[in-house]
Design a protein around this ligand. Structure first.
Ligand code: PLP
Length: 287
């Protein structure tokens, strides 16, 4: 396995970064998770745009142009001979001193990893997920915009810990007003009376690229789609609930905080959207 690091491809065993990197010391940086389907990189342009917007927002200057970064990502996939893969692009503030000041970090560090995908076990797509809501709150948009996909994922890690302690594999975070925001690394949708709802980003959700693709697919299929805040009650009483994300794609949720959703099996609309999404992924790719 080859990893892009410091302007070259190095073997996984040799891919090492400085302990003074502010990504390591402070979670100072941004990242992307991207999917490759049948040799096509899914919605690469949108991932690149989100990466550069995230970096710009935290005043992190990526030396490479978006076009150069696009090429580096495609090259990493090719170098590893991968047809289906998960790509992780990390841009950290780079090495500096022990102080917090990012102005003492002269050069960002770019790492690109492409590896075969490990998704949720297949049976979970057939049975659906049981999830819980947890005490950890999504940080407020005025603290750090939820649109920034930063390396500072402690909230999300805590959500994952709380899920695992509750013996489930995923959980939902609320925002500080109690509206449902998102999962630890996925967006949430509910379906009620044939209408699809997902929280607007200002509630505290990342503008997920899978989320956007699902909204496109749903509209093409004739669904009404609304970005509206909703509460746990709305989730409990939804006809269908599902999560979306680069790694998970679309996965049904069948129980939330012990409440059965619908009939307790993946819903027909969720299945239909997943099918249409899978057809779309090949069409929307970059070779
Ligand atoms: N929300 C968070 C916090 C995430 O980290 C991710 C994963 O990237 C998502 C949502 C889903 O976004 P996407 O569909 O772009 O992977």
């Amino acid at each position: 396995q080859w990893i892009y690091l410091k302007d070259e491809f190095v073997r996984k065993e040799d891919a090492k970064i400085s302990v003074y990197d502010h990504g390591f010391l402070y979670g100072d940086g941004v990242f992307e998770g991207i999917r490759v389907y049948s040799g096509n990189v899914f919605r690469l342009e949108e991932h690149i745009e989100r990466l550069y917007h995230s970096a710009h927002s935290i005043l992190l200057n990526i030396k490479q142009t978006p076009e150069e970064m696009t090429q580096l990502i495609v090259d990493t996939v090719k170098k590893n001979n991968l047809e289906s893969a998960y790509i992780r692009v990390v841009v950290s503030r780079g090495p500096g001193d022990l102080g917090l000041d990012p102005f003492n970090c002269p050069e960002p560090q770019i790492v690109i990893i492409a590896e075969p995908l490990s998704i949720f076990p297949r049976e979970l797509y057939e049975t659906g997920l049981e999830i819980v809501t947890v005490p950890t709150r999504r940080n407020r948009p005025d603290v750090l915009s939820p649109k920034v996909k930063s390396l500072n994922y402690l909230n999300n890690v805590l959500v994952k810990i709380e899920a695992r302690l509750a013996n489930v594999s995923e959980a939902l975070m609320l925002n500080d007003q109690g509206y449902v925001a998102e999962g630890s690394a996925d967006n949430v949708f509910i379906l009620k009376k044939g209408i699809l709802y997902t929280p607007p980003t200002y509630v505290g959700a990342l503008e997920g690229i899978t989320r956007n693709a699902i909204m496109d697919v749903a509209k093409e299929l004739g669904y009404e789609v609304k970005e509206e805040p909703f509460t746990r009650h709305d989730v409990y009483t939804a006809d269908e609930v599902f999560l979306t994300g680069t790694a998970a794609e679309v996965i049904a949720v069948v129980k939330v905080d012990g409440r059965l959703i619908g009939k307790g099996i993946p819903g027909e609309h969720t299945n239909r959207l997943l099918e249409a999404f899978r057809e779309k992924v090949v069409a929307d790719g970059v070779k």
